[in-house]
Design a protein around this ligand. Sequence first.
Ligand code: AMP
Length: 197
Amino acid sequence: MTENHQARLLIIGPPGAGKGTQAARIVERYGVPWISTGDIFRANITAGTPLGQRVSALIETGKLVPDDLTNEIVADRLRRDDVAGGFLLDGYPRTVDQVHALDRVLEADARTLDAVVLLEVDTDVVVQRLLKRAEVEGRVDDTEDVIRHRQDVYAAQTAPLIDLFEARGILVTVDGLGSVDEVSERIATALDAKLEA
Ligand code: AMP
């Protein structure tokens, strides 16, 4: 696997599974742009843009931003030239509707997803991790109530996507428990195998 290999990737997993940390490793290894919808929203909130104003209350309370709005943002992002060699989507899609919207955007350019990394971590572990992150990063949506709500939203809206990607034969399930290096090694090994298959 060279760094320039075309790879259209997603990373999925419950809030607190370590997606952001592992996404950073993946984009470095595969040399693709990192597209995090959460980061896009947070940057807009910080900059006080109209989009930021529209989504800030939703994000603070752990609710999902409406599909239409989120789909439009990602569709625009995926039309940019820098994704010609692939990309890593982090935090999107999060609903079945978003999967279909993504499919349409990719199909328009005869593109498909190559692999979906599922970071599997026990709920109790992720809640503890998020409470710790609250102390370190001070994210507005890392309070205990909001954390629990985000886990419920994940279970109801996002977890069903796992079966869908499994049925497509592109799911790569990785145990997210362990050190950052251990987990990133596991991801690299499993992803390389899937991309070369
Ligand atoms: P994240 O950084 O991925 O945990 O996202 C933080 C918050 O941004 C989520 O709790 C949602 O409020 C919002 N968000 C991020 N990605 C999406 C998405 N694909 N669909 C809807 N809302 C999203």
